[in-house]
Design a protein around this ligand. Structure first.
Ligand code: WT7
Length: 695
């Protein structure tokens, strides 16, 4: 599949979905997630006082509500939707769906015909109900001591000014806007401003390279790009404007001209004067935006009008533009936030995710603001200036709900308990985890050390595609098992299927699918509905296939076991092996590359690349460095391989397919588990690879 040319997404997807249905895949489930009986039997009972005050105080209450949500989705979700403002109620049919590819095109709709606006529901609605002076955002800068805050009133004013500025610059309903910003308040402000005027935002994580940004600009053709000149991460200054300049000139060469680049001057990182500037295109945010009125009428949109696009990685080279629409996403993120964190109006909520990922969309911005919550937005890295920073922030703002990723938990665990215990943390009452399976050891440390064994942990399993939580504990409602995401959220019907797509009952292990739609589901891949259908709905007809493996234990608890497709999860960041391979083979000295994920103590998985240089090129450390650089510039630093393994040849079947199973074993040095290598076109490559393992 990998060669000098970029991969054709459609055809190689088809190829891979066929592969997924072959039996050996099931055996590929990572061994560290194997059933360990003691994990299954380790119950942590909810604290009675906590349960008594919780929205869902018992398993019985959950079951009642869950049952209703499955038996009468229309009634259940209509009731949830009634807490929000609809200019016009949705039509007779609350939802319509077809998830069965054998019965025609895949189609999901919720609240169609309903007229609303998510920005209005986040801001104006909360202000009208008396919360205008409540803090919406506490912003904490990279440098301790730098902070700021906005009330709901102030946030609305800022959003309106930007919305007016966008309109004045030609942005209309349905236009896309790319946002390439770090975690400044201007990031959620930009998202909300787009939503207010019906524009479709596409946030690109500000760690992506110029090439990645360019690719996204070419795909969604934004009217305007919003960025800032630079950002400080830890002690490093990153010049974001240079990256945007390069992406915009690249997209111009491809015929996509973006007329306006609205640039926030982040003076704490870089002075305005030294920022490179293109007069006819670039506008300073601070010069333009404050001139506009602090009032801006809402653009009322249909429940099914697009809200945002978010690119994510899949099995093939080209990132997928996951499209979410307005009404269902709004109701779903609001409801999941409220129940999975047992949110109360007095809570102070902090989620460490960046708005460049789905977690930052659903659970930094929309979910919390829809609930009228006070949100902490942190600009910096969690261990700067020292590993105690998170708890410093928790104590400073009296954070009650803290939501983060297992990779951070593991890295803080390694830094030592003293960095945690020297802070009070007594405000904390709920903890959350997301991004990858949390191993029981990290779970227990999070629970015992960070939460002083008082705070339930919501281990939320979900995806960019699902919009919101799918399988998650509801704090206080049932006993926890360290490392298990436990039970489905209301309205979600997870099923575990075998390799033939047959649903399995009771205790089992297999592929995690979802039966029937839920309001937060993505509706398509931007500009490529066919790829949407082949990637997610063809492998197991009748179901949405998540790409994850899952085990259900004797008590019905769900244990996520990691991706079963060619996606690697590095520190909770989803990276396609094909994307990395494509970046490697773009290097002039690389003939072929194959990338696999290998277990990593802190990151969960790391990227391990087998590289065959072009004929005549000698292996060298310099070449390794330059190959890694190629990935950094093509994708971003977060996707850089941890290891380059020289490969005179790759293990291929006679039909030319790379046998990744063998590569994974070599990469993890499980050399006695290589399995049958006799079907390889040239079995001797395996010995060559083993010989080169440490060179
Ligand atoms: C993939 C989705 C959803 C927000 C962050 C990542 C993995 C996510 C968990 C969890 C086990 C998890 C899955 C999933 N994942 N949360 N709690 N337990 N695995 O979003 O980039 O779309 O990645 O992340 O493998 O498929 P994403």
């Amino acid at each position: 599949v990998v060669g000098r040319t970029r991969i054709n997404p459609i055809s190689s997807n088809r190829f891979r979905s066929v592969m997924i249905t072959t039996a050996h895949r099931l055996r590929q489930l990572p061994s560290r997630r194997k059933a360990v009986a003691s994990d299954d039997d380790h119950l942590i009972l909810p604290d009675q006082d906590f349960s008594q005050q919780a929205h869902i105080p018992s398993f019985q209450k959950y079951q009642e509500m869950y049952k209703r949500s499955i038996q009468d989705p229309a009634g259940f979700w209509s009731q949830m939707a009634s807490h929000f403002y609809w200019k016009k109620k949705w039509g007779q049919q609350v939802y319509s769906q077809n998830l069965d590819i054998t019965k025609g095109n895949i189609n999901i709709e919720w609240f169609k015909g309903g007229i609303t606006n998510i920005c209005y529901n986040c801001l104006d609605r909360n202000i009208e109900s008396g919360n205008g002076e409540k803090i919406a955002i506490h912003w904490e800068g990279n440098e301790p001591g730098f902070d700021d805050s906005l009330t709901y009133n102030q946030l609305l004013e800022r959003v309106c000014q930007l919305a007016n500025c966008l309109k004045e610059n030609g942005v209309k309903k349905g236009d896309s806007v790319i946002i390439y910003l770090p975690m400044l308040m201007e990031l959620p402000i930009s998202m909300l401003a787009c939503a207010r005027i019906g524009a479709v935002h596409s946030v690109v994580f500000a760690g992506f390279s110029a090439e990645s940004l360019e690719q996204r600009i070419i795909d969604c053709k934004p009217k305007i790009v919003i960025t800032c000149n630079a950002v400080k991460r830890g002690t490093k200054v990153i010049n974001l404007k240079d990256i945007v300049d390069s992406a915009l000139s690249g997209s111009s060469q491809n015929g996509i001209h973006v007329g306006v680049c609205l640039t926030y001057a982040n003076e704490s990182a870089m002075k305005r004067e030294v920022t490179k500037w293109q007069k006819e295109r670039d506008i300073w945010w601070q010069d333009a935006v404050p001139k506009y009125s602090t009032k801006c009428d809402v653009e009322w949109v249909d429940g099914e009008d697009p809200l945002f696009l978010l690119y994510t990685s899949g099995s093939t080279g080209k990132p997928k533009g996951v499209l979410h629409t307005t009404g269902g996403y709004m109701i779903y993120t609001a409801a999941t936030f409220k129940y999975a964190f047992d949110y109360k109006p007095s809570d102070i909520y902090w989620c460490t995710a960046d708005c460049g990922w789905i977690t930052g969309h659903s659970y930094v911005s929309y979910g919390p603001l829809l609930n009228g919550a006070t949100v902490v937005v942190y600009e910096g890295v969690p261990n700067y200036p020292d590993p105690g920073r998170c708890w410093d922030i928790v104590d400073k703002y009296k954070v009650t709900i803290f939501y983060t990723a297992p990779t951070l938990v593991r890295s803080l665990m390694r830094d030592g308990n003293e960095h945690v215990t020297r802070y009070s943390r007594k405000s904390l009452r709920v903890l959350g985890s997301v991004g990858e399976p949390i191993n029981p050891t990290a779970w227990r440390w999070f629970f015992n050390v960070v939460g002083d064994a008082r705070c339930p942990i919501s281990d939320t399993w979900w995806q960019t595609e699902t919009g919101g939580f799918m399988i998650t504990p509801l704090p206080g409602a049932w006993p926890q098992k360290p490392g298990s995401a436990t039970f489905p959220f209301f309205g979600v019907q997870p099923v575990i299927v075998d390799e033939k797509g047959k649903e399995m009952e009771g205790e089992c292990s297999g592929y995690l699918c979802v039966k029937n739609s839920w309001p937060g589901a993505f509706r398509t891949l931007f500009g490529d509905h066919e790829r949407y259908e082949t990637t997610y709905f063809s492998a197991f007809p009748g179901y949405y296939f998540s790409g994850d493996g899952c085990r259900r234990d004797k008590d019905g608890y769900h244990w996520l076991t990691g991706r079963v497709d060619d996606v690697i999860n590095v520190s909770g960041h989803r990276i396609g092996t094909a994307e990395v391979e494509s970046a490697l083979v773009s290097h002039p000295k690389c003939a072929e590359a194959a990338v696999v994920g290998v277990e990593h103590e802190v990151k969960g998985q790391c990227i391990y690349a087998f590289v065959t240089p072009v004929k005549g090129v000698t292996y060298s450390e310099d070449l390794k460095k330059s190959l890694v650089l190629s990935v950094r510039t093509n994708i971003g630093a977060f996707a850089a391989p941890d290891k380059i393994h020289w490969a005179p040849g790759l293990p291929k079947t006679r039909s030319g397919k790379i046998m990744r199973r063998i590569l994974r074993k070599i990469a993890s040095r499980q050399l006695d588990e290589l399995g049958d290598t006799s079907t390889l076109a040239d079995p001797s490559v395996v010995d060559q690879l083993i010989a080169l393992a440490d060179s």
